[in-house]
Design a protein around this ligand. Structure first.
Ligand code: ADP
Length: 498
């Protein structure tokens, strides 16, 4: 494994050690309690900023502001104007592209090579939602009632949206929530993850610069069990859009029961990635490796259960291990870095805990298997890209979401058996398969119980293509025209004309 050395932080305007307030009703304010928390660079441990720590009172203030905005002038803003706001915000994100990529890298560790690619997509997402703004429409529906009575539907914004997001892709997650809200005419109270709140605050600042009116987007950083819980249980919130772990997703459903608010959930996964012996192995080796190692495995749809046909198992898994050993692990600000740190000490403990579990269960680490302890990287939360061979379906490393750079490679022989085994998980977010056989590709793609199936590729994403889960990976879709529908109510109108 090649290891790049940490490079010094450039003094980023948003991560220079200063204090950041929260955004409520278009104003930057302190927490009502006056409390603050720290956010640090996971590659070096260096303090990036102290941030106002929101709690129930701040959520109450933000929800009240979002309600006022929703019922006030924002409700009169026409689709063209909302479209213009999204296009202006897209331009601002594009203009501040380098700064925003670095900010994600500093706050959560992903390499700039990755955050740059994601940020390009984020600009596209905003422009896609801008396009959707003018495509919202109801229908006229012929009915069979006697007499003359005319019926049609209206699509109306659901209202105040509570958005709760994780730390593994702050810019994408923020835009995935505020984009459809602006497109449909909703208002938002967004709670970023406590591990990486800075990008959401910066995007909110850019949204104000773009002209989004006060109260339409409010950002309240804080902890899950306080600010997050207050938002998901709030009686004046009409919908919660959540991305995170399935355990928190369950808590959010319980909290939402009080006013039966709408909920959409994008949760975890334990996605199968299947390599058939007839695949183009030169493409499948890096493809299957990066399906897990990208973002240090901190992706909900990572292809962590690598099913490999028995006849090529040893050769293929050996090649994936070799690929993993050659990856450049280091500070994400270094342009050569391919694998950054994990986001936090807690995440490091969780992942290294699973590395121990895997070895105790009898799996064999062909690559990696531990924390990086050499040089400057010892100060950060770095884990070696790890490939476990000899994994059995019932091992914990084959069942539970690890959220780290850990591949569990499992052998298979029979195709029907394979489908059952691939589907034998409580999750259903992503899935992949590698084959040159077109009919096999269609058959397996149809049989997998997951929201996305990638054939001869992995993690392809586009703003126009829906993404979301089956089973315990959640419900609702982000991206695509389905996403906008999640933020709309349907009203039926009947008019007696006779
Ligand atoms: P992860 O394990 O990826 O950090 P979490 O589900 O714990 O996933 O966190 C995702 C988001 O959910 C974060 O913004 C976190 O603060 C928030 N969160 C955590 N617990 C709760 C809760 N009980 N209610 C609402 N939000 C929560």
């Amino acid at each position: 494994m090649a290891v790049t050395q940490a490079i010094p932080i450039t003094r980023h305007p948003f991560a220079n050690g200063s204090y950041k307030q929260m955004l409520i009703d278009g104003k930057w304010v302190d927490a009502a309690s006056g409390k603050r928390f720290e956010t640090r660079n996971p590659a070096t441990g260096e303090l990036l900023a102290t941030v106002a720590e929101g709690d129930k009172e701040d959520i109450d203030r933000a929800v009240a502001a979002a309600r006022r905005a929703f019922e006030g002038p924002w409700s009169k803003v026409k689709p063209f104007e909302r479209q213009n706001l999204l296009l202006k915000l897209a331009d601002l994100v594009e203009k501040n592209f380098d700064e925003l990529s670095q900010l994600d890298t500093l706050d959560m560790g992903a390499p700039v090579s990755r955050t740059r690619a994601y940020h390009l997509r984020a600009v596209g997402m905003l422009r896609y939602y801008a396009g959707q703004t003018t495509a919202i429409h109801g229908e006229t529906i012929e009915n069979s009632l006697p007499g003359e009575i005319f019926s049609y539907t209206l699509k109306e914004p659901v209202g105040v949206v509570g958005a709760i997001i994780p730390w593994n892709g702050p810019l994408t997650a923020t835009i995935w929530k505020i984009g459809p809200a602006i497109a449909t005419g909703c208002t938002v109270v967004l709670k970023p993850a406590e591990e990486a709140p800075l990008t959401s605050l910066r995007i909110a600042e850019l949204a104000m610069e773009a002209g989004v009116p006060a109260g339409v987007i409010n950002v309240v950083p804080g902890y899950g069990e306080t600010a997050g819980a207050a938002l998901s249980s709030h009686h004046d919130v009409d919908k919660v859009a959540f991305t995170g772990s399935h355990v928190t997703g369950q808590a959010i459903i319980r909290a939402s029961a009080g006013n039966l608010k709408r909920v959409s959930l994008e949760l975890g996964g334990k996605s199968p990635d299947i390599v058939f012996a007839d695949a183009d192995l030169d493409a499948a080796v890096p493809g299957a490796a990066m399906a897990v190692f990208a973002n240090s495995g901190q992706i909900c749809s990572a292809g962590t259960r690598l099913f490999v046909e028995q006849s090529i198992y040893d050769e293929f898994v050996g090649r994936v291990a070799e690929f993993g050993r050659k990856l450049q692990v280091g500070n994400g600000l270094d342009p050569n870095t391919q694998i950054g740190p994990l986001v936090s000490e807690q995440q490091l403990e969780r992942v290294t805990g699973y590395l121990d579990i895997g070895q105790k269960e009898g799996a064999k680490a062909l690559a990696g298997g531990g924390r990086v302890t050499e040089g400057a990287l010892a100060k950060g939360f770095f884990v070696q890209p790890t490939v476990f061979a000899n994994v059995q379906d019932n091992m914990r490393i084959a069942q539970e979401e690890i959220f780290g750079p850990v591949i569990s490679a499992i052998a298979f022989k029979d195709m029907d058996e394979l489908i059952k085994r691939a589907n034998a998980t409580t999750f259903g977010l992503g899935s992949g398969l590698w084959t040159r056989d077109v009919s096999k590709a269609h058959k397996v793609a149809k049989s997998l119980r997951a929201g996305s199936v990638w054939v001869n590729c992995y993690q392809a994403m586009d703003p126009a293509v829906p993404f979301g889960g089956y089973k315990m990976s959640g419900y609702g879709r982000e991206s695509g025209k389905q996403h906008v529908e999640e933020y709309l109510n349907v009203k039926a109108v009947w008019i007696k004309t006779g």
